[in-house]
Design a protein around this ligand. Structure first.
Ligand code: S3P
Length: 166
């Protein structure tokens, strides 16, 4: 059993993976991403899991993956944008060094670009992102020890802000 050094939460397109990798490199620790864990464990893409089984089944798979990663990983851990929806995950995050990476809608959409791997942005990405993020912002805030607004910052700038914030 171990505890992550830093857990990154926040909406799709905020740059959790990019920043998480860079941060782990800077700190000389490992990087882990629960989306990657799910894809490896399931042997299929997240988009396929949504199509095959629907969102509730994906959330159950995600909750287990998060619990496992939190118990096993001692470096930087990035969670999928919807992981905080699970009350059990929010309880597990309590007391941990969780950083909420925030961003404005325009920049998030620029960062996710035309990526088709995110089923929840398949319709009108701008509107879907805004609706999801508005609903989830209180949950990110609830679990976070620190909030970093990444808008206008380079990944290196975000890494510095995270280190200062904790
Ligand atoms: C989701 C975010 C995605 C991924 C899935 C659902 C969400 O992760 O877990 O597509 O509900 O916000 P990223 O935040 O890493 O894109």
């Amino acid at each position: 059993m171990s505890t992550p050094l830093i857990v990154l939460v926040g909406p799709m397109g905020v740059g959790k993976s990019t920043v998480g990798r860079l941060l782990a490199e800077r700190l000389g620790v490992g990087y882990r991403d629960t989306d990657d864990d799910i894809v490896a464990e399931q042997g299929r893409s997240i988009a396929d899991i949504f199509v095959d089984e629907g969102e509730p089944a994906f959330r159950a798979i995600e909750q287990r993956a998060v619990a496992r990663a939190l118990a096993e990983h001692d470096g930087v851990l990035a969670l999928g944008g919807g992981a905080v929806l699970a009350p059990r995950t929010r309880a597990l995050l309590s007391g941990l060094p969780v950083v909420f990476l925030d961003v404005d809608v325009a920049e998030a959409i620029r960062r996710v670009g035309r990526d088709t791997g995110r089923p929840l942005l398949a319709g009108d990405p701008h509107r879907e992102w805004r609706t999801l993020t508005e609903a989830r912002r209180p949950l990110y805030t609830e679990v976070a020890r620190a909030v970093v607004d990444t808008s206008g910052l380079t990944p290196e700038g975000v890494v510095r802000a995270v280190v200062v914030a904790l």
